[in-house]
Design a protein around this ligand. Sequence first.
Ligand SMILES: [Zn+2]
Length: 432
Amino acid sequence: MREIRADRTYSDDAEVTDYLNTLGYRLVAASADSRQEFTFFLILDPQVNAFALPGGFVGVNSGLILTAQSESELAGVLSHEVAHVTQRHMARMLAQQKQAQVISLAALAVAILAARSNSQISQAAIAGSQASFIQSSLNYTRDHEREADRVGFQVLERAGFDVQAMAAFFERMQRSTRYYETNAPAYLRTHPVTYERIADMQNRAQNLPYRQVADSLDFQLMRAKIKATQDSPQEALAFFEESLGERKYVSEAATRYGLVSALLRVKSYARAGKELQTLRTAVPGNAAVDALTARYYRATGDTAAALQTYRDGLKNHPGYRALVYDYAELLLATRQAGEALKLVESRLQYSASDYRLYELQAKAYAALDKRLPQHRALAEAYYRVGNVKGAIEQLLLAQKSGDGDFYQQSSVDARLRELRTLEKETQRETKK
Ligand SMILES: [Zn+2]
């Protein structure tokens, strides 16, 4: 994950990420091996692609989310990737290779990233590593593809999605690539879709009763969010204005949400406010709309209304990360570090592995001039993104800070011992 986070295309957008994990975990829960942990994450890349890394990390390109014409289509591609993981295809492939013992997970992650197109870090990272060897042997076999299709199909069905969507999606991709042979979408290059695969999917779907599945509002909202942020402000505005004006949409609310996002980008606040009112009446109590509303108030300088919107939104959706982060940031910006700290620490009780909460906690302590807990919090943030060395440095700074009581100081000492042991073990592993 450290390699991925360093990539220019990685996005930590809390709303889209949470949506992808909700959708992904709905599929995982429907799979036979639901004990495996998964992390779904967004890659800002217009190419239609999704890919699985060892350890259950599944990357989803923004291009895939925008190209999917229904939530079932997106779920179809994800269930195929989930199946690669639960069927241990990568592990089986590595086991067949003699070099398997010396391949580190990091090298493997680099190789897979390099296999995607447009990857910045990977081409450089790959040169000096064993990754170039791995990359050459990373393509799934036809048997793996067939199995991922079969298992993915079952997962899709059990999770309650439209099973026709998988074949429909692949067929559309196939058709679109006929015209650009040399520039096939990345997904097709790593997952060659053959007529045989499409026919298999259609046959499986034929034996099941037709079921109409409505897309979730969140699916439509997150598509609109990606569209509104990835295009230029003027293009985004033109797109949503036209869609709304000519009623060319699946979801009017999502289209209006996209329009408001675009209006905020071109600083057309008066109109944004009007459209927002219509949107809030149409879908009251939606967390993503609350977050957008607060953003509008912040942009227009109405801090009091923004703070109130966060408080109201969090009452209904206490775990909605975008609201938590944005509210904490605004509290910090308005010199209410004590309140920010209370909010962050209450959330840490539920999500103790969230590095962004620790970052906010560190900022709040810094504002309150409490240096030991500030460095301690930053250490926890670094530790959670896999940066043990950085975490140890922060703990050393905490020791030297000269504040904190005896209890806090001993707790820093104990944590430092723990991480140093961990660091030694890691070094020994690497040397092996
Ligand atoms: Zn595949």
